[in-house]
Design a protein around this ligand. Structure first.
Ligand code: FPP
Length: 257
């Protein structure tokens, strides 16, 4: 599927300059960084940055769908984010509640399925319930899958997968020789989701911060010098244009070489 051509315009109806016949990545994953700095720069509490960040979540979700991206993953809360001040953690939990209560109907009407990755067991119980309800309510969405990483940590995810595989070996279901890359992928919370083609991080920081370590083996990276609340439809389109300039070889050589 082509991302931009005369038939498939972006959400605002425009075709970005120089963007004809671009191929959208199948899966874009985003580290939404810079909410705190965005707020601090304006003399606002950090939570005001997260609230603004929620607007970018909405804009980018709609635009990703319009561009033909099939999977959009958003890193919303890491296993390390519990170390933030209590007030900020509470504020973020309230935002997640608000989003799930308010946004699910919109996602259903747009054909977007929501899926959570990470360890839900450490989330507040009412949020766990909302997560299950949101997945059930949007389960029939076929246009795009919105993957929300909540209490997600890639190393913890790999450790859990290893523990589950060792249990299966102990139970005689598997032998050591049966363990392949597919066996491990199938035990991760991203099971069934293709690996990301593009991971982008906002706010200028250039690190992965324990995000999708296994899944990012051949992912392209893009670091955008904008705080997440300033990231909008145009920023996503520019990211897709940049992605289209990349030469992905997956360890092989170009066919034409
Ligand atoms: C990182 O910026 C951002 C977060 C830890 C939270 C992201 C959450 C949202 C955008 C809210 C809603 C999301 C969904 C999917 C409902 P930071 O606080 O680390 O920024 P800083 O590095 O400038 O301090």
């Amino acid at each position: 599927m082509l991302g931009f051509n005369s038939k498939e315009k972006a959400a605002d109806g425009t075709v970005p300059e120089g963007a004809d016949d671009l191929k959208p990545p199948q899966h874009v994953a985003i580290i939404m960084d810079g909410n705190g700095r965005w707020a601090t720069k304006r003399g606002l509490p950090r939570i005001a940055g997260h609230k603004r960040g929620l607007n970018s979540v909405r804009k980018v979700t709609r635009e990703a769908k319009a561009l033909g991206i099939r999977y959009l993953t958003l890193f919303a809360f890491s296993t390390e984010n519990w170390l933030r001040p209590r007030e900020e953690v509470h504020g973020l939990m309230d935002l997640f509640r608000f989003y799930m209560r308010r946004e699910c109907k919109v996602l259903v009407s747009e054909g977007v399925r929501i899926k959570f990755i990470g360890d839900p067991s450490e989330m507040p119980e009412d949020i766990q319930k909302l997560m299950v309800e949101a997945e059930e309510l949007t389960a029939k969405g076929e246009v795009m899958t919105l993957v929300v990483a909540l209490n997600y940590g890639a190393r913890a995810e790999i450790v859990r997968a290893a523990a589950r595989i060792s249990e299966r070996v102990a139970a005689g279901e598997l032998t050591g020789n049966d363990i392949t890359e597919e066996t491990i992928s199938a035990e991760l919370t991203t099971s069934g989701i293709p690996d990301p083609d593009l991971i982008l991080r906002t706010s200028g920081e250039q690190r992965l911060s324990n995000f999708l370590l296994w899944q990012a083996a051949y992912t392209e990276f893009l670091f955008v010098d904008k705080h997440w609340p300033d990231f909008d439809q145009t920023s996503l389109r520019q990211a897709v244009i940049a992605y289209n300039t990349r030469d992905r070889r997956f360890g092989a050589v170009r066919k034409t070489a």
